[in-house]
Design a protein around this ligand. Structure first.
Ligand code: SF4
Length: 305
């Protein structure tokens, strides 16, 4: 009998946008008619295991820069896959001009925010985009607006530094994977400063449902383990909402090897959830470790492996 009760929080793990992106990339890799080499512009989804799975199929991931800079590394005649986070129109234009063979794995929910920004810009609005600095999704979505008509804010403090004239028509658009609670604070700050701003909360349903399930489960457990990559925005937000809204400690691990016995010494019930880019086998290994956890193994060093 397990010494810790493990609550498997649902929904958790892969969302449909990630499933579709991984499926597309695998199909591209298996198609002998697709020109080689094949590159992904950035991590297909923010998870090392998912990236390695594609590498094993011969797909190379270009990482560590803005999408437009990464495009320079793709040789003429090659194939390039755009990730689930979406890319700016400039990236698509340059790829097209260079005659690269392109596949677009942008999640439909991200595409929806691109279309919204295009429509609002066409109607004369400027855009306040609430998102995470340095993340590829804001980079792509904000590229839909001309510079000078779009600004990124991450925190309530950032709102104070916005330079839009109060008479400007403003649309507020959010990244899809934010914390719904933190985002409300930032939206309220924008509305205080610009009362006429039109708000479009674009946090996707997959993100909302995972956050709500994690917060709800937090009331029944001693702590929550979130399985997710350090670069996964939605995984980091799950840790944050369990802590701030659910009022319980939460830790993020990337894989089973990150778990430490001493974290669970006084824990009776642990909830497990996973970011929407975490493969299920990685989460399963974490759940199995917790289900097999015996405090005696920790108390007696001779039992440790
Ligand atoms: S988290 Fe949401 S926006 Fe991102 S890939 Fe999944 S469904 Fe799409």
């Amino acid at each position: 009998m397990a010494e810790i009760e493990v609550v498997k929080i649902t929904p958790r793990g892969y969302c449909y946008g990630v499933v579709d992106a991984m499926t597309m990339a695998k199909q591209v890799a298996q198609d002998p008619n697709v020109p080689r080499p094949i590159f992904v512009l950035g991590q297909i989804v923010h998870n090392r295991h998912a990236v390695e799975a594609l590498e094993s199929l011969g797909i190379q991931t270009l990482d560590g820069g803005r999408r437009l800079e990464l495009l320079d590394q793709v040789p003429d005649g090659a194939t390039v896959i755009f990730t689930a986070h979406g890319v700016s129109p400039d990236v698509k234009r340059v790829a097209r001009q260079r005659g690269l063979n392109c596949f677009d794995a942008t999640c439909p929910d991200v595409t929806k925010t691109h279309t919204l920004i295009q429509d609002k810009v066409r109607d004369g609005y400027s855009i306040i985009y609430i998102g995470t600095k340095g993340h590829p999704e804001p980079e792509g979505a904000m590229g839909e607006a001309p510079s000078g008509r779009v600004a990124l804010v991450t925190t309530v403090d950032d709102v104070e530094h916005l330079g839009f004239d109060p008479k400007t028509s403003l649309a507020v658009v959010t990244q899809t994977t934010l914390s719904q609670w933190d985002t409300q604070d930032v939206i309220r700050a924008v509305q205080r400063r610009y009362p006429g701003a039109e708000v479009h909360n674009e946090i996707c349903l997959a993100t909302q449902l995972r956050q709500e399930a994690a917060v709800s489960a937090a009331s029944t457990v001693d702590m929550v383990v979130v399985v997710g990559d350090r670069r996964s925005n939605n995984s980091n937000r799950l840790v944050e909402v369990v802590d701030k809204v659910g009022g319980k400690p939460a830790i993020r691990v990337e894989e089973v090897g990150d778990l430490r016995e001493d974290w669970f010494r006084d824990v009776h019930t642990v909830g497990v959830t996973a970011g929407s880019s975490t493969p299920s086998q990685v989460t399963r290994a974490v759940i199995q470790w917790l289900e097999n956890y015996q405090p005696s193994n920790y108390a007696n060093p001779a039992n440790r492996t």
